[in-house]
Design a protein around this ligand. Sequence first.
Ligand code: KPL
Length: 316
Amino acid sequence: MRVAILGTGALGGVIAGCLADTGAGLVCVSRGRTAEILEGGLTIFTPEGTVEMIPRDRYVLIDSQRGPLNETMCKSCDVAIIAGKADSTPELSSIAEDIVSEGGVVVSIQNGLGNSGIIASRVGWERVVGGSTTHSAWRDSEGGVHWTSRGSMSIGKMDGSDPNPTEAEFVSLLDEAGLNPTWSSDINKEIWRKLMINVAINPICAIAGIRNGGLLEIPELWIQSLEAMREAENVARASGVDLGAMNIEDYLRKVVTATSENRVSMLQDLMAGRKTEIDVICGAVISKGEELGIKTPRNEVLLALVRGIEMSQNHD
Ligand code: KPL
């Protein structure tokens, strides 16, 4: 099976590194400085403290800034995994359309709502697989990927259908790679559960400039995180997402504890002067809430504060 990873940043790097230990053909798509770094191989610091070096000859590297795909790469992959930031989804979907074979599929494991719809507009819903992951990672300035906590991955069709043979083979491959995958018959629920976590952790840790574990040490912040999460939960339930009976405080505590040493992706973005994913996180909750007549004041404040910081760093 040949797999392309579109957006080989922190999480994409973890997936590439794990797949490198399997027999899969690997294509890493990146751009600019990240592509330059990948020219020298990929270094992964595992949660167990070992360092893995993935040699450059283990993957084909495509710098997406260097123009259209080489003809030999077109339709060459069975699966394209989109692992980039939400604002790169339109560009990465177009690359996915070119690189994936006729019977191939495109998997999104990104944060936020709405990525699947953008991908479907390029390749059709029947070829889109939604996803969500609790693996967490960050990348240092030399491009080293620090896999901070070993989690799991859920993937599934947005209509809840069973996996086709390519999708089933892909799940087995992720399993062989040690990425703890499961095929979900309700991936929309998994995407919303992850969104609730991102709403609770990302903006507050980014604004306060703290690691995830800091939320447990500062009760005033913990209360705000929980409130933001509750708003997202209300919107999810009103949208018809079957979250079942869940204790959101326990769930949040479990994730914060497992990722306590992490600098959340939004904090990493602000520290690097990059645009954040606030629009597809709090922004998505607010607009869904507006559609359904549900108020989301915490999310509004968090969105405004993060946008304010972005603007002070000269973003649009
Ligand atoms: O998804 C994450 C992120 O950093 O974006 C969490 C789960 C909050 C881990 O840090």
